[in-house]
Design a protein around this ligand. Structure first.
Ligand code: SF4
Length: 318
């Protein structure tokens, strides 16, 4: 048995997973191996993050791309604490009872974005089922604070699902981020085991509601593969996303954070990722990123430029 301890708070990082049997950690194929982080740019980003007391999903989720992204000063900020009220079987973010919201956070995040001189920023959060609005107003406050402090920076948000929060997400949509992202994560058949606190059709409806409220807003969603899904199920999710008006699809390999997390069913090959990309493009997404190391925030700035160009080209051709 392995107990994963958060050394800062001396508590199990995933208390709900401690009774689960261990799943062996599979050796990664060559196409998933990355260099250990440590460049000057990486250190600079780390220092800014620490100075502003920020949390990043890059670290909390043990993202394999951290060396590359932080070298390019691209970090994804995680707001509303570092403890999540959900307990998804794939996720490395700590589970438990988060602290009350910090009213200084919108300003701190906005100052960090301005200091880093970011062209594009991605903001995500933990799930806050404990709050009446799921943290929607706080999310909106962060977007508005960044707009004020760094007006030239484009803003992409990766939100929770606001399940049972009575349409609270409207306030986040109305804050007008440039890209509204919510990941479906996996196919509906696997929700009960992989994302038990979420509901597939609620997440899909959230994406649809963004388009209903603000048709010009770009929407984005992502899937992890290698969890046991079939190709047909992935294609059905693509169809569902297109029906909800999603513009941008990301697909990446699921990596198991610890022995207590959901096991990897298999490593999807780079050729299969390329095939998914081709299929998704034929279904009408404006942008598709599909590769073993694709994560929803990976290369988000460059991809946002491509996304805008793709919409313009489609509108011009129409
Ligand atoms: S892909 Fe996203 S989460 Fe991973 S290091 Fe890059 S910015 Fe952070």
């Amino acid at each position: 048995m392995v107990t994963v301890i958060d050394t800062l708070k001396v508590r199990p990082r995933h208390p709900e997973k401690q009774a689960r049997p261990d799943s062996p950690l599979l050796r990664k194929p060559e196409w998933l191996r990355v260099r250990a982080p440590g460049s000057a740019g990486y250190n600079e980003t780390r220092d800014i993050v620490r100075q502003h007391g920020l949390t990043t999903v890059c670290e909390e989720a043990a993202c394999p791309n951290i060396g590359e992204c932080w070298t390019q000063k691209h970090a994804t900020m995680m707001i509303m604490d570092e403890i999540c009220t959900r307990a998804c079987a794939f996720c490395n973010v700590a589970t438990g009872r988060p602290d009350p919201l910090d009213p200084t956070e919108p300003t701190r995040v906005a100052e960090a974005v301005a200091t880093m001189g970011l062209k594009h920023v991605v903001i995500t959060s933990v799930d806050r089922d404990d709050l009446p609005d799921g943290g929607a107003q706080h999310f909106a406050d962060v977007v508005l604070a960044i707009r004020a402090a760094a007006p030239a920076t484009t803003i992409e948000i990766l939100t929770p699902d606001f399940l049972r929060k009575g349409g609270a997400e409207a306030v986040v949509i109305d804050a007008a981020p440039d890209v509204f992202n919510h990941n479906l994560e996996t196919v509906p058949r696997l929700y009960l085991s992989i994302r038990p606190g979420a509901r597939y059709y609620n997440s899909l409806r959230l994406l649809e509601r963004v388009k209903e409220r603000d048709p010009a807003r770009f929407t984005k969603s992502g899937l992890m593969v290698g969890l046991g899904e079939s190709k047909e199920e992935v294609m059905q999710v693509m169809d569902d996303m297109r029906a909800a008006g999603v513009d941008f699809l990301t697909i990446g390999q699921y990596l198991q954070p610890t022995r207590k997390h959901a096991p990897i069913d298999r490593f999807v090959t780079p050729d299969e990722f390329a095939a998914y990309e081709q299929i998704a493009r034929s279904k009408g997404f404006l942008m598709v990123s599909s590769s073993p190391l694709t994560r929803s925030s990976h290369h988000a700035g460059e991809d946002f430029e491509r996304l805008k160009a793709a919409r313009l080209a489609r509108e011009t051709a129409a």
